[in-house]
Design a binder for this molecule. Structure first.
Ligand code: DSN
Length: 414
């Protein structure tokens, strides 16, 4: 076993990894951006490919001895292009933030105007937050959601016409509804802007046709590989041939040095998995599970932003209970459910406190949870919110969570 190999050198780290495995096994994972990657993907990441420097791209490297990693990286590129129907892919970005940064470096000059979804309305830090490079080096305008929690496309268009951004960013980290890439493209065309779709959250659903694809609409498509796509932690940036050379140069030497070829091997394996019919079934199960969880919460008196979900996630709005996302995510942790606090649109509370909790089902679905299980999970969460001060009740709920964890053993052969 891999952990035993670690133990022969470093018992402290071996013990901590085992402890983390134990935590994952005994917790219902509902962080919307997390997943359980396959043993094959994990194994690929722990191989000799980690030893190789390969600055450059396949066939055009700065070091010798890259002929094998060239094949690994080329396979990863070909598979991800097939998954998303894109002409060009660079699989080297270390993360989604790096993929986005590469697009910014290629398409923009410092001070250029960008238009992205406001972080507090569901956008991502790299879509123009003042705390991030995207908000520090570019002039940011933002759009958000309407009173019903749906993207306000009219306001998006008005803001675009007013600000004339050079780049419009669509895609979100906390948005439960279908994103209309066609509408975004129409707006981008009206103002002559590039369109970037950051599909990090929904990539797995896009790959299987369970969410519309940005291919044919967006100039640049970025994603992480570890969320609904269920690969190793990393990023990818895709575009048409027209932008290929510029994007590749932006990734290296623009923002990164040597690519992580062992992680790229893991990405290649994950892309192969995502091309199989079983993955389509997995996406379908995600959608069914998310709908069941949302439906159960609502029928148990819990409000959701936009009143439900079309994808893998949902945001609980706690305002009517006068409770905070910070407290409730800690209460859920007490009963072995992991989730994260999240702002709701127009949140009166700070991002460190929040009035919401984001829930997502990709990880639980990988584990095998079905709609009956999601109903139980929804009931547990609703009870926990309503009885958050009742320690006796919380210990009963923790027992129920653990029963579900035992029902679906995680990594049984590890
Ligand atoms: N941190 C990720 C998420 O949780 O959505 C976004 O990068």
């Amino acid at each position: 076993m891999e952990i035993e190999k670690i133990r022969t050198v470093d018992n402290e780290i071996a013990e901590l990894i085992e402890k983390e495995l134990d935590r994952q096994r005994n917790t219902i994972e509902l962080i919307a951006s997390e997943n359980f990657t396959s043993p094959a993907v994990m194994a690929a990441c722990g191989t000799v490919a980690t030893n190789k420097y390969a600055e450059g791209k396949p066939g055009k490297r700065f070091y010798n001895g890259c002929e094998v990693v060239d094949e690994i990286e080329t396979l990863a590129q070909e598979r991800v292009k097939k998954l998303f129907g894109m002409e060009h892919a660079n699989v080297q970005p270390h993360s989604g933030a790096q993929a986005n940064m590469a697009v910014f470096l290629y398409a923009l000059k410092p001070g250029d105007k960008i238009l992205g979804m406001d972080l507090s309305n569901g956008g991502h830090l790299t879509h123009g937050s003042p705390a991030n490079f995207s908000g520090m080096y570019f002039d940011v305008a933002s759009y958000g959601v309407d009173d019903n929690g749906y993207i306000d496309y009219d306001k998006l268009e008005k803001t675009a016409l007013e600000h004339k951004p050079k780049l419009i960013i669509c895609g979100a980290s906390a948005y439960a509804r279908i994103i209309d890439f066609k509408k975004f493209k129409e707006v981008a065309d009206k103002v002559g802007a590039y369109l970037m779709a950051d599909i990090a959250h929904i990539a797995g659903l896009v790959a299987t046709g369970h969410h519309p694809s940005p291919a044919g609409y967006a100039d640049f498509v970025t994603t992480t590989t570890h969320k609904t796509l269920r690969g190793p932690r990393g990023g990818v940036v895709m575009c048409s041939e027209q932008h290929a050379q510029g994007i590749d140069k932006a990734v290296f030497p623009g923002i990164q040095g040597g690519p992580l070829e062992h992680i790229i091997a893991g990405k290649a394996v994950a892309f192969k998995e995502a091309l199989q019919p079983e993955f389509k079934q997995y996406s379908e199960n995600i959608i069914k599970n998310a709908k069941k969880l949302a439906e159960t919460l609502i029928s148990n008196g819990i409000d959701l932003v936009s009143g439900g979900t079309d994808n893998h996630l949902m945001i609980i709005d706690l305002r009517k209970f006068d409770k905070t996302g910070k407290d409730m995510s800690n209460v859920l942790e007490k009963i072995n459910i992991t989730a994260n606090k999240n702002t709701v649109p127009n949140d009166p509370k700070s991002p460190f406190v929040t009035s919401g909790v984001r829930l997502g089902v990709p990880a639980a679905t990988t584990r095998g949870f079905n709609v009956e299980d999601m109903k139980i999970v929804g009931e547990i969460i609703a009870e926990a919110i309503k009885n958050s001060e009742d320690e006796q009740k919380l210990s009963e709920l923790k027992k129920k969570s653990l029963e579900l964890c035992v029902k679906y053993p995680l990594y049984p052969n590890m």
